[in-house]
Design a protein around this ligand. Structure first.
Ligand SMILES: Nc1ncnc2c1ncn2[C@@H]1O[C@H](COP(=O)(O)OP(=O)(O)OP(=O)(O)O)[C@@H](O)[C@H]1O
Length: 238
């Protein structure tokens, strides 16, 4: 283990074709820490998560629990404990809630209570009520909950969440914040890309400001949100 860090990324660079979008992003997460990536649309938040997950070609180092995983394909990173919930909620629309959960099942991780359907239904009561409903017949918010619950069935040690509150009704946002707090309390480390200020304040311990594919500032969520707002004003004034 490198100083007990759960996840460590150093100097990540990534490009789509010839367009480079990440220019040396570094970050580190301690066990049970929630770190937010804050920044405008197109700043590189989603690409940072994808580079860590192995879903876009990237250079740099990625360590999970001290192990170098940077050369491994995404499914191997998932097997080693990295869970990823994409922005576009890839659930199976023809499968029921229960069947979707089953597709995410992976062996338990030593030293942690495994996630089961029963535990997840206690954490997400609205999913329990619709356990036999097909994914395609659920609202966007319910699908987002299901996408997170399915990832948890894989018993991850670290979660990468891409804009989990996007498009959710306020009641579901509150439920999502409660779930994140419960996961943090269990020692999961969570890296979250988020645009919703109130939600970020509710869940995150720290934040990084991502601008043009690089980390421009680090601090409390309040400090980073203030910096983002000031930068937006500065740009508008030009
Ligand atoms: N598949 C792709 N092909 C080409 N360019 C892409 C692709 N995905 C993202 N980009 C570009 O890479 C840059 C970073 O995008 P990214 O999605 O990482 O930003 P973001 O901060 O997550 O913003 P958003 O909140 O809009 O997702 C943007 O300029 C975007 O247009």
């Amino acid at each position: 283990m490198s100083g007990g860090l759960q996840l460590e990324a150093q100097d990540l660079a990534a490009a789509y074709g010839r367009a480079q979008v990440l220019f040396g992003v570094s970050l580190a997460l301690a066990p049970g820490e929630v770190l937010a990536l804050v920044g405008r649309n197109g700043a590189g938040k989603s690409t940072t998560l994808k580079a860590i997950m192995g879903l876009v070609p990237a250079t740099g180092t990625v360590r999970l629990g001290g192990q170098d995983i940077a050369r491994l394909p995404a499914f191997e990173r998932a097997r080693l404990g990295l869970g990823y919930v994409p922005e576009d909620r890839r659930i199976f629309t023809d499968l029921t809630v229960l069947e979707n959960l089953e597709t995410g099942r992976r062996p338990p991780r030593s030293g942690r209570a495994p996630f089961t359907e029963a535990r997840l239904f206690a954490m997400f009561p609205n999913l329990a009520e619709m356990r036999h409903r097909r994914g395609g017949a659920m609202s966007g918010g319910e699908q987002q909950m299901l996408a997170l619950a399915r990832t948890l069935m894989g018993n991850p040690a670290v979660l990468l969440l891409d804009e989990p509150s996007e498009g959710l009704a306020p009641r579901i946002v509150a439920e999502m914040a409660k779930a994140v707090a419960a996961l943090k309390a269990e020692g999961l480390s969570i890296l979250v890309s988020e645009q919703n200020v109130a939600f970020t304040r509710a869940i995150a311990d720290r934040a990084l400001l991502i601008e043009r594919g690089a980390v421009r500032a680090a601090g409390s969520v309040g400090e980073i949100e203030a910096r983002l707002a000031a930068d937006a004003l500065g740009t508008d004034a030009q």
